[in-house]
Structures are given as structure tokens and as C-alpha cells.
Ligand binder design. Sequence first.
Ligand code: ASP
Length: 432
Amino acid sequence: MSAHERRAHRAILGGLFLGALAGVGANALAGALPQLKGPLETLIDGAAYPVGQVFLRMLFLVIVPLVFASLAAGVARLGDLSRLGRIGALTMGLFFLTTAFSVALGLAVMGFFQPGVGFDEASRRALMESFGGDAARFQPAAGPGSLRALVTAVLDSVLPRNILAAVADMRMLPLILFALLFGSALTALPEERRGRMTGWLDSLSDAMVAIVGFAMRLAPVAVFCLIFTVTARFGFGLLAKLAFYVVLVFGCYLLQLLVFYPFLVKSLAGLSGRLFMRRTVPVIVTAFSTSSSNATLPTTMRVAETELGVRPAIAGFVCPLGATINMNGTALFEGAVVLFVAQVFGIPLSLPQQALVVLLCVLSAVGTAGIPGGSIPLLMGVMAQVGVPPDGIALILGADRLLDMGRTVINVEGDLAAAVCVEAFEARREAA
Ligand code: ASP
């Protein structure tokens, strides 16, 4: 990493800390002096929010061309489709194992410490009253009735009739599938014509990476603004009520981040865990401040290629797929919430039921959109399936913005860990 890049990383981290500090300070000040509430709102809506949004939107802007170009070029360059199948199977295996481990970790910690048992009744009623309305908003639409409707819904989510309509809605799975098909089709073209197309796709993705570079120049200020917007408005009083739950979930995140992923990359890819963490700081900060795997994706891909030495063909495949379906932090959080709410309501969950929770959380993490709060509607569905009242989500909604920032970090770090491992497997295979 060059001195310039190190300085840039430090500036982004500085923005994060200063933004959090300023936001918490402003929050406390407005709490003590109510006449400051109005000016603070104006400052947030008129300055902090728009600056944060410019950064976020520049990142969102490049996702569709970037994912399409890098994935299609990557697949075309892999050459033979059996190699794609092998990398695909390896990636999916890693995604599945890490996600299942994460839910099990969340369940084990919550089961052991039981933060919901004996939860103060007055707090429970107050939380349900304050956030019950928000919970109703997240209620998933009534599920499809007939088998035909269900099959059509699944088909629509992966293989739409109209790729442009799917892309216009930022639906990632159809985009990924289309790029895979496109890249595979290119492998059947004569060498010269394929080369022309992959050259064009490379230029397109390089240009998108350059736009991300522009956005990253804004990052220190934008990250300050994003964090300030959240913390200046956050109801910190709630944290006291939910302190045990929040501390436990964050403890699990830290275990994942500081122990599990370093262990994984060390044992499967021979990469020092500490180096992995240090090199992925820009991804951690971007995920934490945007709460969105999708918005972080351009940074994730850049870091995978330039900092972790993952070849574009592999990074272009693993990272977009991971941002869409590999959500370790989300799965962990979902398992923890189901158990916490069950404890508060005094609903015992047997071991087979908890095994079902693991399965459902893995599936719903796959379906979760990589946007802030993307997991909440599906999580309510999981709760309903195992007999925990979905409205109980109201208990944790108020503190969720903070937890969302943490779980998004775990989600994207999981994608990077998988990318590093797949790269190492492939490199070893080629060497053999
Ligand atoms: N915010 C998460 C992400 O983008 C999704 C979620 O768990 O709500 O990865």
C-alpha cells in the first residue's frame, strides 16, 4: 500500500470517528437544550444528508455496469465452463458454510446468555408501543397462494423476461445471471471477436472503477456526514434498555471479524489474518457508514483486486454474488433476534426448532437485499415460521440502525474472505 493510500485510509477512518463523536455530542446537546433540536434537524437535512447521499449515489451509480462488465469479462476469460462450474461450486460451498456457522454462533451466544429472559415488562410494553407501527410497515406482503404463483415468483427473481426492467429495479440476481450467460456465450465466439468484446468490457469496468476513485476522494467528508446523520438522530436512550442484547450481537460480530475470518483466510489461503484486516479497512469503513453491501460492492471489488491480489476473473464473480447472497452478519443477527424475541415472550424453542431457524436464516439471508434494513421483512417471515410473533421485531427496531452498520461489515468481509480462499484454491490447482 502506498503512502498516499495509507493517508487516504487514515482520512476516512478519521471521518468515521469524528462523525460519530460530533453526532453523539449533537444528540446529547439537543437532548439537554430542546431549542437546539430545530437547528440540528436543519443541519442534518440541509447539509449532512445531501453530502452523504452524493457519495452513496456515486457508488450505486456504477454497480450495474461494473457488475455486468467484470462478471461477463471474467467468465469469458475463464475460457472453459467446467472451470466456472468448479469456482461456482467452491464459492457457493464457502458461502453456505460461513453463513450457517454465523447463525449457529448467534443462536449459541443468545442461548447461553439469554438476554431476553426476565426482560423488563415496562420496557417491553414501551418498545412495542413505539415501534409497533414501524414493524407493521415491514410486514411482508401476503405470500403467493398457489404452487404456480410461487414458482413464478422464484423464476421472476432470477430469470426475468426483461433484463432492463430487472436492472432498473436494481435486482442483482437477474443481472448476475445475465452476465454469466453473456460471458459463457462469449466463450463460444471465435477468439478474435471474443477478444474485442472482453477488451471493451475491461475498459468499461476500468472506467467504473475510476468513478469509484472519484467518489472515494469524497469519502472522508461523506463518511463523516453519513455517521453524523445516524448518530445525531439516534435514540440512545433505547440502547440502555437493549444494552445486553446489543452488546452480545456486537460481541458476535467482533468474534466473526477478528477471529473467524482471520482463521479462515489463514487456514484456507495462507494469508495472514492481520494483513487481511489491515488491507480491508476501506471496505470496513464504507460498509459501516453506508449499511449497504450493494453500495460497498465497488469498493469491495477494488480492494479484492488491488489489495488482496484476487484476479479480476475471480473477484468479478465472487464479490457481486457475495454482495447479493452471502450475508453472514445478517444471518447471525437474524438467529439472534429470533431467539431474543422468543425469550422476551417466554416462547421455548426446542433444538429441532433451532435447527429449523438455522436453515431459514441461511435461506432468508440469501434473499436479503444488500440495502439498509434489507433483512427485516424476511426476518419477520422466519419468526412467523417458528411460532415467534413477528410483531416482536418492534422490540429491536429502534436500535437496529446501529446493528445494521455492524452486520453489513460482517457481510462484506465474508465476501472478501471467500474471494481470497477461492483465489488461493485456484492458484494452487494451477500450480499443481
Ligand atoms: N444492510 C445489510 C446489507 O446491506 C442487509 C441487512 O441485513 O439488512 O448487507
